[in-house]
Design a protein around this ligand. Structure first.
Ligand SMILES: [Zn+2]
Length: 320
């Protein structure tokens, strides 16, 4: 049994980490710079982020490799360094996980390519598979426990990522999508559709991440749990809604708000609970403490998720 599967079998729930990009911006990463370069330029800063989340109580940390496909790295002329930068990302998280005083699994983060798949867009399916396989090979070489496909909007891109991961390794795979467009993903996928499609991919866990804050992810988990009460669902909400304040992106979700979200989303059926953009170790610490001090009361909630006409105009979201 894989480490993540062992930890899921031994625990009612697992605490995952929060956002990486937000922490790197606070540490001096400039808007538009490739975060993956810091795996080799500033490995100490990346390790410090992982260490902060682990000390806050995270049992799963995700590598600094969200934009680590050749499709994203070529925007910075780094497309020839996919293996190196992903392997380095994995080694940094691995070192901190192995030094922790509690068991910590390392998830190798794979984010969207940033391109739209055929036939709507120009990205060929086989090219996408090859790109994800290349990234997964680097992450596996650096020692991740699980490959973690996240912030996805398009089912066919999830399928390409999973196929690429399987070409490169036999590690287990987690996949989460972002339901930030009136309860659907940017490409129009509902939580129920995501569950139906992703649960057929033999994943270790699936769920939602990023988006417009706790209430949105709570609805996603409710919808998935109403369909299946056994599957390990993942909730990694942004720390509230992003707003521009004095020219800086600010998230309105305090640690207290995120602690309430953690309790709710566990009751609604999530078993892997973390955060995404706008969060910090303070948020994860508040969530971990609240979860530890509150009994689980799982319940099925019949949701009335709005299902309006999907829109495709929104810009792809970076995990920040
Ligand atoms: Zn996010």
């Amino acid at each position: 049994m894989n480490k993540l599967e062992q930890m899921l079998a031994a625990n009612d729930y697992l605490v995952a980490d929060g956002g990486m990009g937000t922490m790197l911006m606070a540490a001096g990463l400039e808007q538009g710079d490739p975060p993956e370069m810091w795996n080799v330029l500033h490995p100490d800063r990346i390790r410090a982020v992982h260490r902060g989340y682990i000390e806050a109580g995270a049992q799963i940390v995700l590598t600094n490799s969200f934009g680590g496909t050749r499709f994203r790295l070529k925007l910075h002329n780094l497309q020839d360094r996919v293996f190196e930068l992903n392997k380095a990302a994995a080694e940094l998280a691995r070192a901190e996980a192995d030094a922790a005083d509690h068991p910590v699994a390392v998830g190798g983060s794979l984010g969207p390519t940033g391109e739209i798949m055929e036939p709507v867009g120009a990205l060929n399916y086989d090219d996408a598979v090859a790109g994800f396989a290349e990234q997964a090979a680097g992450l596996a070489a650096g020692g991740v426990d699980v490959l973690w496909v996240e912030t996805m909007s398009d089912i066919s891109e999830v399928r390409a990522a999973v196929e690429g991961c399987r070409q490169a390794t036999d590690l287990p795979i987690v996949a989460t999508m972002t339901f930030d467009t009136n309860g659907r993903t940017m490409m129009g996928v509902t939580p129920a559709q995501a569950y139906a499609e992703l649960s057929a991919m033999n994943l270790a866990a699936l769920g939602g991440n990023c988006g417009n804050g706790p209430a949105e992810i709570e609805g996603v988990i409710q919808a998935m749990y109403a369909t299946n009460q056994v599957y390990p669902f993942v909730a990694k909400s942004n720390a509230g809604i992003p707003e521009y304040v004095h020219g800086h992106l600010h998230y309105n979700g305090t640690p207290e708000v995120m602690a309430e979200y953690a309790i709710k989303v566990r009751n609604y059926g999530a078993r892997i609970i973390g955060a995404c953009c706008g969060s910090s170790p303070a948020h994860i610490a508040a969530m971990a403490e609240a979860l530890a001090n509150t009994p689980t009361e799982r319940r099925i909630v019949e949701t009335a998720v709005a299902e309006p006409t999907p829109t495709r105009t929104r810009e792809r979201r970076r995990r920040g």
